[in-house]
Design a protein around this ligand. Structure first.
Ligand SMILES: Cc1ncc(COP(=O)(O)O)c(C=O)c1O
Length: 485
């Protein structure tokens, strides 16, 4: 038994089984190894944060439909690796092994190979952030003479953000903009304001994993509508709006994360009409809207069709730099006021210096944004070529914008590949992360935020991981389907 910090939160056996997804290699006789690998991935990826209390072994065994001995043996392995700690009377909980930091087992200090992080779809800062920070310093004096609390955001920044919406064809005043600590905070606030425990929130499946977490954190229930090979299932969305009567919808209409689809004008018109009929407010996540690699005109914003029902979230995270932690919500002034009231229970505004920097960047970043688009389009193409060459049985559509390829695998092995990839020096998140109830084992998201040579090397390592997973499988005809618990 290892003495360590006792658990701060708990996961129940059913949820653990969901998080694990298809953890077992088909036909594998090494169930304990597979189970330990699945848990290891969850801990190192932060899905089971260090210090999460684990359910009793017999409950895990029942939820996974395996023997208790297998679970005990997996737990022993995890304890030996420092990933699980136990104390008599207090049970077992997850832990981070010494030296693992927040990353994988092969963390950045392990040479070679350097771990390539494809778990995040976020590019480096746009050039000019440091220059913008210097440029705003003379103006900081005036701010320092004040109290520094701008609950709605700096007026200058709200004006610039409002002007961008107006340019896109959605006339907007600064009173319709609330600056937040990232788009994600904007969504979390909207969920908090518009839903209560047990309320349903319509989401796309797959969708941005942290959005699922925000819905759950508000004790609301995510109701997924599956995306199709061609994009949004408008019939499915209409039926769900009608039948499930969700309190809120959350949609990423522009370069959807992870699929990269963009909803066309006709789709927006139809969706807007359905939202109006159902009177369902919708958070439209526009965080990737600037990452458009086409020359064509952008379709009108959903707000043009669903009017006051739309709360649009935006962010500097993908366009300029995630480290600014500045995002916003664009909504009717009355909704902004209510969001502000909801925010007071959490925090009292965003950092002034970061807002000044973003205001400065928005004033003059058109050229830099153009260069960023060209750079990311080239990275997308390099990743696509590498996947076509090194993993020829994976399929994907080259997306018109955004930051990732959504790859279909020839077998349901996404979790296995993600687990094994860590041993080859790549962190990647499996398809199951993008769905509230797991599954999506045929899918893997590959972001193209990294430089081209890094992407090529990452795909080389992933192809090795995929080969190793494939070699450990026996033909499907010899083994029945694995029961999903
Ligand atoms: C679709 C989507 N929404 C929201 C966010 C979070 O944005 P922010 O960093 O502004 O909170 C991300 C970041 O990865 C994202 O991909």
């Amino acid at each position: 038994m290892t003495a360590s910090v006792p658990p701060s939160g708990r996961v129940n056996a059913r949820r653990l089984a969901q998080l694990l997804g298809e953890w077992r290699r088909r036909g594998s006789r090494h169930g304990a190894t597979d189970l330990a690998a699945g848990i290891r991935l969850l801990v190192l990826d932060g899905r089971l944060p260090a210090g999460t209390g684990l359910p009793p072994e017999r409950e895990v065994a029942a939820a996974l439909d395996v023997s208790r001995t297998m679970v005990a043996s997996a737990w022993d392995r995890l304890r030996a690796d420092g990933l699980v700690a136990s104390r008599r009377g207090a049970g077992s909980w997850t832990a981070l092994p010494r030296g693992a930091g927040g990353g994988g087992v092969l963390d950045d200090s392990d040479p070679p190979p350097r771990v390539i992080d494809l778990a995040r779809a976020v590019p480096q800062a746009i050039p000019g952030v440091a220059a913008a920070a210097e440029a705003v310093l003379p103006r900081l004096g005036a701010e320092l003479a004040g109290h520094g609390y701008h609950e709605r955001g700096l007026p200058e920044l709200r004006e610039r953000i409002a002007a961008r919406y107006t340019e896109r064809g959605l006339p907007t005043s600064p009173g319709e903009v609330l600056v937040t600590n990232g788009a994600h905070q904007g969504f979390a606030l909207a969920v908090r304001l518009l839903t209560g425990p047990g309320d349903r929130v319509l989401i796309e499946q797959p969708t941005y994993p942290n959005a699922i977490e925000a819905v759950r954190a508000a004790h609301a229930i995510p109701v997924p509508v599956a995306m199709t090979e061609h994009g949004w299932d408008l019939d499915g969305l209409e039926a769900t709006l009608r039948q499930a009567a969700p309190r809120l919808a959350y949609l990423i209409t522009d370069f959807q994360n992870p699929t990269g689809f963009r909803l066309d004008e006709a789709g927006r018109e139809r969706l807007g009409a359905a939202l109006r009929r159902a009177r369902t407010p919708v958070v439209v996540d526009e965080t990737q809207i600037e990452l458009d690699y086409t020359d064509g005109p952008a379709p009108p914003p959903l707000g043009a069709f669903a009017g006051d029902l739309v709360l649009a979230t935006g962010s500097a995270g993908k366009s300029h730099w995630g480290g600014l932690r500045i995002g916003w919500v664009r909504a009717p002034a009355e909704v902004v006021n209510r969001l502000l009231a909801a925010r007071r229970g959490l925090d009292l505004g965003s950092p002034v210096l970061d807002q000044l920097v973003l205001a400065e960047l928005l004033a003059g970043s058109r050229n830099a944004l153009g260069e960023r688009r060209a750079m990311l389009a080239a990275r997308r193409d390099a990743l696509a070529t590498a996947v076509r060459t090194q993993c020829p049985d994976w399929s994907f559509r080259s997306p018109p914008g955004g930051l990732s390829l959504w790859c279909r695998l020839p077998a349901p092995v996404s979790t296995r590949i993600a687990a094994v990839a860590q041993n080859f020096g790549v962190r990647v998140v499996p398809g199951s992360f993008f769905a509230p109830h797991g599954g999506l084992e045929h899918w893997l998201r590959l972001p193209f935020a990294e430089p081209e040579e890094t992407l090529v090397e990452a795909v080389r390592r992933l192809s090795l991981a995929a080969t190793s997973v494939a070699e450990s499988r026996t033909p499907d005809t010899e083994n029945g389907p694995i029961p999903v618990t």
